[in-house]
Write a protein that binds this ligand. Structure first.
Ligand code: DC
Length: 221
């Protein structure tokens, strides 16, 4: 469906946490003059609100039993996604990236009904913008299988932990365990597991500069 009415290219970027998706998506967006959608921020915003409203336990283990309520929340949340992430007018850009949200978000993202709502909103975003750079875990496989270019990023686990620690202002050792756990949950879940899409370009970002990656991907358009 992504091609319908698209006036601009659609670039799908998937990959594990810390593989450099956000940095690459932002740089690509700037280079090509395309808007960018961070779909992970959507799952995080739903998780933050669910935690605040007491819909789920801090570890998210009861997410599947409260799936209906979570899906209703995903459908109704007044989300604005841009340089900052707003929920009902409140800037939650920092609040969605805390260890508390990290801990519960995979369980929320494993709920098929939550995914269905957010996928619907993600496709609507692409139609509204006529294309763009969309980053996540299932963009090339589920959300936008007809994307102009699909990219799947991988990177050395130590480098990924260092990047994530840098974002959080902590040490790689402090984040490595939780990151590995989240990767496992994301890739083993039944609903839209994290796997490379058919036709996706596999890119290892461990020793590549952002400029280099942007140049290579732009050459595929
Ligand atoms: O990319 P991130 O770390 O902000 O993603 C947060 C969580 O949401 C992570 O557990 C994976 C999940 N996610 C997903 O299941 N599908 C997406 N399209 C994006 C993120």
């Amino acid at each position: 469906m992504s091609g319908v009415g698209a006036r601009r290219p659609v670039i799908a970027i998937d990959g594990v946490a810390g593989s450099g998706k956000s940095t690459l998506a932002a740089a690509l967006g700037r280079h090509l003059g395309l808007p960018r959608l961070d779909t992970g921020a959507m799952y995080r915003a739903v998780t933050l609100e669910a935690l605040r409203e007491g819909l789920i336990q801090p570890d998210g283990t009861d997410a599947s039993t409260n799936e209906e309520a979570l899906a209703a929340l995903a459908a109704s949340l007044a989300l604005v996604l841009g340089d900052r992430v707003l929920v009902a007018g409140e800037d939650v850009s920092a609040a969605i990236r805390t260890p508390e949200v990290d801990r519960a978000v995979s369980a929320v993202a494993a709920c098929p009904k939550v995914r269905a709502e957010l996928v619907r909103r993600q496709r609507a975003w692409v139609v509204e913008h006529g294309g763009g750079v969309v980053e996540g875990r299932d963009i090339g496989t589920v959300v936008l299988p007809d994307a102009t270019v699909k990219v799947f990023l991988v990177a050395d686990p130590a480098v990924r932990a260092a990047r994530r620690a840098g974002q959080l202002g902590t040490t790689p050792a402090a984040v490595a365990g939780a990151m590995g756990e989240r990767d496992l949950q994301d890739s083993r879940r039944r609903a839209s597991p994290l796997v490379p899409a058919e036709g996706a370009h596999l890119l290892d970002t461990t020793e590549r500069s952002v400029e280099d990656l942007v140049a290579e991907i732009s050459g595929w358009l």
